[in-house]
Design a protein around this ligand. Structure first.
Ligand code: ADP
Length: 689
């Protein structure tokens, strides 16, 4: 820099080594609107001198064009505008901010107050590149001459760009942090997990999200210590836990922890299971200032798990029961002397007791599936499998008789097989449970019984044949006796004395009695061999009974018995064989006569019912002991001989009569009391004509 030759005043004004002092000295001020330095007002010169020596950035806007005179410290404000700015008009130097600053000069010139601005923002072009923001704290005050006119402006300025930017960044950072915190709170508030912030040693609720508030049944907890807000939690030891976390700085993690929480106005407690974390909250200084409580209500999951566990235990129990009952079943199956087996729903044998297998001289494995068919008698295979298929198809119980091989007897033996289907809850067959019972002995007994029955029938027939033949043979000599007695009585063999006549009468009576006995035997024999023919047709009850009464009337008189009259409907008819019916009634009347002492009464009676007619004969005779009532209908059974010892029979009459009645679809029954009499009742089907 070439220094001009300056006056001692100028040199004194711009004295010093500072760059601007040197530049001021070098500048030809007389070429500017300020004019030669020597002509400058004293006030200006004093101010310039002070400014150049001041370490604080100072610029002076001098003269009417507001030419710039500044110190070294102000260079940074100008940037690349330095050093060209020195002695240049303000409008030229600061064209980009002139609209903003020029009014300040005007205001002061017009007597307004000096300007003081803090962190005023300007867009400046003081470095290469696009204009940039800059901030200044500055004052602008007038420099006046002796007459008080403003000759310049003193501008003390300090750039605060760095600080402002730092503050702005800090502010933005704070805002961002607040925004982030707000967002975080929103997220926390709506999070399905519960969350709360507890502050200080007494764990005061500072924040609780919706899930937490819901968990504690919407109680008013914010701002309250946890021990007051949730007393039941305190009682369960959770506050101690919080104290420990705060004291140690170690987080606590709880899994499916049971917690009793009060619910509702009545305050009944509800058991919840919580997964949670107590996380110490550390501030910027590293102090533990609180605890973040964070977690989830896992009650449903825990209950579901408990339920699953319970069901598992139950199913294990059920399985154990099934195993135990199966073991019991196998024990029983092996212990009982019946062959026991089970089969699958499709009929394949899946289990055979050891005892069963042993019976066949086989192992259970050999019989499984269709193996058992090998021990079945070949002649029984078709019928048995057919029957089995039928049960498998219908599910109906299976029953069959067949022969199975017995290893011990080395022969086939008869068995009765039975099986029933075991069904599940839906009715589907899950298994067949079967048994085989050996019935060889029963079968043998059955065959023996059949044989004996056949033999008995045969013997009976032979007996009947014999009796029939014998009776027939007896008839011929009896008829001869009767015939010859009659011849003598008629006097054909010579005169007959009175004594002889009496004897002949006795012969006749004995012959008749014998004839009756032979008839009984013959009838009985015929009944036994089924050789009696019945001519069943409608017959009148009255006529039949009257005919019989007529036949016994002489004997009634003879025995001094009274016959009660009876009422029988005229139109009462029975469907029966007339001869056989008379035979039955005759037998019943004859017995009444036989077993009733003289002076007694015999009372017939007829009762007509819708499908039946009952004909009864009551006597006042000796009666029959109760224990003998059934036996008198058996052949050859006599309880007591008749009251008239000359008049007894074979004990066949009632046996024959009952068989005849039954053969005609009726019956013969008795009621009796010893000493009071008997009532015999013949029942026969009624004929509707
Ligand atoms: P019987 O030829 O001996 O009369 P029945 O078969 O007619 O044979 O009778 C069998 C037995 O029943 C008789 O012997 C008698 O003991 C008893 N009995 C039958 N009817 C009467 C009656 N009305 N009163 C008492 N006993 C009777």
């Amino acid at each position: 820099m070439t220094e001009l030759a300056v006056s001692p005043e100028t040199a004194a004004l711009f004295a010093g080594d500072s760059e601007l002092a040197q530049r001021c000295r070098a500048l030809d001020w007389s070429a500017t609107s300020l004019g030669p330095v020597d002509d400058w007002p004293t006030a200006l010169r004093t101010a310039v001198r002070m400014a150049l020596e001041c370490p604080f950035p100072i610029n002076m806007w001098c003269g009417p064009e507001l030419l710039l005179i500044y110190n070294d410290a102000y260079r940074d404000v100008l940037g690349i505008k330095h050093p060209a700015s020195l002695g240049k008009p303000g409008r030229e130097v600061w064209g980009e901010i002139w609209p903003e600053i020029s009014p300040m000069f005007d205001v002061i010139r017009r007597g307004g107050s000096p300007v003081y601005a803090e962190n005023a923002r300007f867009i400046m072009e003081r470095e290469s590149g696009p204009p940039r923001e800059a901030w200044f704290t500055f004052s602008l005050s007038p420099i006046r001459d002796e007459s008080g006119d403003v000759i310049a402006f003193l501008n003390v300025a300090t750039e605060t760009t760095t600080r402002v930017r730092a503050e702005r960044d800090a502010q933005e950072a704070r805002a961002a942090a607040e925004r982030a915190e707000g967002q975080l709170r929103d997220v926390f508030s709506q999070a399905p997990a519960f969350m709360a912030v507890l502050k200080g040693p007494s764990h005061v609720f500072e924040f609780a999200n919706e899930a937490y508030v819901h968990l504690v049944d919407h109680r008013d907890i914010i701002g309250k210590p946890i021990a007051d807000a949730l007393p039941e939690v305190f009682a369960q030891g959770f506050v101690d836990l919080l104290d420990r976390v705060l004291a140690s700085g170690q987080a606590h993690v709880g899994r499916a922890t049971p917690v009793r929480l009060k619910r509702g106005a009545a305050g009944e407690s509800s058991l919840r299971y919580l997964d949670f974390v107590y996380q110490p909250l550390i501030d910027a200084r590293g102090d533990r200032v609180g605890i973040v409580v964070h977690g989830a209500d896992v009650t449903d999951a825990v209950r579901a798990r408990h339920e699953v566990e319970r069901l598992w235990v139950e199913s294990e129990q059920a399985r154990a029961n099934v195993q135990a009952s199966e073991a019991r079943y196998r024990f029983l199956a092996d212990a009982i002397p019946v062959q026991v087996w089970t089969a699958t729903p499709d009929g394949a044998l899946d289990h055979v007791s050891d005892l069963t297998a042993k019976y066949f001289g086989q192992t259970p494995a050999q019989l499984i599936g269709e193996g058992w068919l090998a021990v079945l008698h070949p002649d029984d295979v078709a019928a048995t499998t057919g029957r089995w298929e039928q049960s498998l198809g219908s599910g109906a119980p299976y029953e069959a008789e067949y022969r199975l091989w017995s290893a011990a007897h080395a022969s086939y033996r008869w068995h009765l097989a039975r099986a029933t289907a075991q069904r599940d809850d839906h009715g589907a067959i899950i298994r067949w449970f079967g048994t085989n019972t050996e019935i060889e002995e029963q079968k043998r007994a059955e065959r023996e019984l059949q044989r004996l029955t056949m033999e008995a029938l045969e013997a009976n027939r032979a007996k009947s044949d014999f009796l029939a033949a014998m009776s027939h043979e007896l008839r011929t000599p009896l008829n001869a006796i009767g015939g010859y007695a009659q011849l003598i009585e008629m006097g054909l063999r010579g005169p007959v004395t009175d004594e002889q006549r009496v004897d002949l009468l006795k012969i006749q009576r004995s012959k008749n009695h014998l004839d009756g006995l032979v008839s009984d035997v013959l009838n009985f024999a015929k009944l036994g061999s089924g050789k009696i023919d019945f001519r069943v047709r409608p017959i009148s009850v009255r006529q039949t009974v009257d005919a019989v009464i007529e036949m016994v009337a002489p004997q009634l008189v003879q025995k001094a018995l009274r016959l009660e009259s009876y009422a029988a409907p005229n139109d009462g008819h029975i469907l029966a064989d007339a001869d056989r019916t008379r035979q039955i009634l005759l037998n019943v009347f004859a017995n009444a006569l036989k077993f009733t002492a003289p002076g007694g009464t015999i009372t017939p009676d007829v009762c007509v019912e819708p499908g039946l007619v009952l004909i009864s004969v009551r006597d006042t005779g000796i009666g029959i002991p109760t224990e003998q009532l059934d036996r008198i209908f058996e052949p050859f059974i006599q309880v007591r001989r008749s009251v008239d010892s000359s008049d007894h029979g074979f004990g066949l009459g009632l046996a024959i009569s009952r068989q005849l009645a039954r053969a005609m679809g009726g019956d013969l029954t008795v009621r009796s009391e010893v000493g009071r009499g008997s009532t015999f009742t013949l029942t026969l089907p009624r004929a509707h004509i």
